[in-house]
Design a binder for this molecule. Structure first.
Ligand SMILES: C[S@@+](CC[C@H](N)C(=O)[O-])C[C@H]1O[C@@H](n2cnc3c(N)ncnc32)[C@H](O)[C@@H]1O
Length: 379
């Protein structure tokens, strides 16, 4: 299985072919849709000998082309196991770590786990998700991976003057927000309790802490995912959490609305975050922290012993690794949402003396190839 979710095969001429919809161990008939000098891409036309892990996609919208869940044809247990394999493979190939410790850390429940969704807006104002590798919008009346409260908003909402809308519900609080990026957007068909606009807020409870989340701020796929991630990060921090002090606070880099600082109960922390909205939430959620509104790469590093970093899909990259290293952190806990960027960052961290100690793979997006990994590095 390749990062991104395609099955990998080989053409008779030796080229790798990435086959959309194929599973390891299967024999399929595939139609080649792109042929390059070094590789090709194909889609499954017919499954001849199916994997025991293949299931019929439970959601009818998969057959309509909905691109939201690319892995509904795989049993949930096999999804996590393959995500572990993909991470181990990325560390082997890209970071040149053939024996890296990579383990399965757990998965959120496969249905109803999403408390927030970014939806595309169709010409008639209805919302949906784009078809895979296409601009076509599959409008949705409901969605089985959305929490029931979120799913209930989909059929009624109508959006005009914007291409996208973000809907989010607070599972703990019953609150909800809706935010279309375009300033001139008009939203209709939402119940009265839904706050509209970037500054609308809801509250979610994670690790016993109530968190304020503004509509324009990042939040994990849902509170179950946030809870699982905080627990994995806590385990990864280990005894180093005890070393947090006023002179050596926890560094919560790419800290969003303060999920890790608040969830870990860190007594002293520095949150570095570029979003104005998330910083405002973090100041409410983690009053014990110093919140610095800055691109992490431009932050002037201060001494810490323990750093947690949770960058966007592109990963840390060279500049951010230099900043992290300059803090003098003995332990770095890296939360990655892309296995290839994790592997690239592993190589960059190794150049600064950080050794990969172990990666824990979480499935926070069942039925999709999205992978979340918590990795411990020590120096
Ligand atoms: C994957 S989210 C993680 C947020 C938080 N740790 C959580 O789990 O809720 C990444 C966060 O990094 C922020 N961000 C993106 N690029 C950044 C940068 N270059 N420097 C600082 N923050 C950045 C985003 O606004 C977002 O809040």
């Amino acid at each position: 299985m390749a990062a991104g979710g395609d099955g990998i095969g080989h053409l008779p001429d030796g080229r790798v072919v990435f086959v959309d919809g194929a599973l390891p161990g299967e024999i399929v008939e595939a139609r080649i849709v792109m042929s390059k000098r070094d590789f090709a891409r194909a889609v499954v036309a017919e499954v001849r000998d199916a994997s025991p892990h293949r299931v019929a996609p439970p959601c009818p919208e998969v057959a309509n082309g909905c691109g939201g869940c690319g892995w509904q044809h795989i049993s949930p247990e096999a999804q996590l196991a393959w995500k572990v394999d993909i991470v181990a493979d990325a560390l082997r190939r890209t970071a040149k770590l053939p024996d890296a410790t990579v383990r399965a850390g757990g998965a959120v429940g496969p249905w109803g786990y999403r408390s927030g969704m970014r939806l595309a807006v169709a010409a008639d104002g209805r919302v949906g998700l784009r078809a895979a590798a296409s601009h076509r919008i599959v409008t949705l009346e409901t969605c089985p991976v959305a929490s029931p409260d979120l799913a209930a908003l989909l059929s009624g909402v109508r959006v005009h003057g914007a291409d996208e809308v973000a809907l989010r519900v607070g599972i703990a609080s019953g609150e909800a927000t809706a935010f279309a990026h375009a300033g001139s957007a008009q939203l209709a068909g939402l119940p009265a309790h839904v706050g509209v606009g970037p500054a609308a807020v809801l509250h979610e409870t994670v690790a016993g802490r109530s968190l304020r989340v503004s509509a324009a701020s990042f939040f994990q796929s849902g509170p179950a995912a946030a809870e699982m991630l905080v627990a994995a990060v806590r385990e990864a921090c280990g005894d180093s959490l005890g070393s947090v002090s006023p002179s050596s606070p926890l560094l919560d880099a790419y800290g969003g609305c303060g999920l890790f600082t608040a969830g870990l109960g860190a007594s002293h922390a520095v949150i570095v975050e570029s979003s104005v909205s998330a910083c405002a939430d973090a100041r409410v959620n983690a009053p014990e922290a110093v919140v610095v509104e800055s691109m992490f790469e431009r932050w002037a590093p201060t001494p810490v012993n323990l750093a947690v970093a949770d960058p966007a899909r592109a990963g840390l990259g060279r500049s951010a690794v230099e900043v992290l290293s300059a803090t003098g952190a003995a332990r770095v806990v890296l939360v990655s949402c892309d296995p290839v960027s994790l592997a690239r960052d592993t190589t960059l961290l190794a150049e600064h003396g950080y050794r990969h100690r172990g990666s824990t793979v979480l499935d926070l997006f069942p039925h999709t190839p999205h992978i979340e990994v918590v990795t411990v590095f020590d120096r």
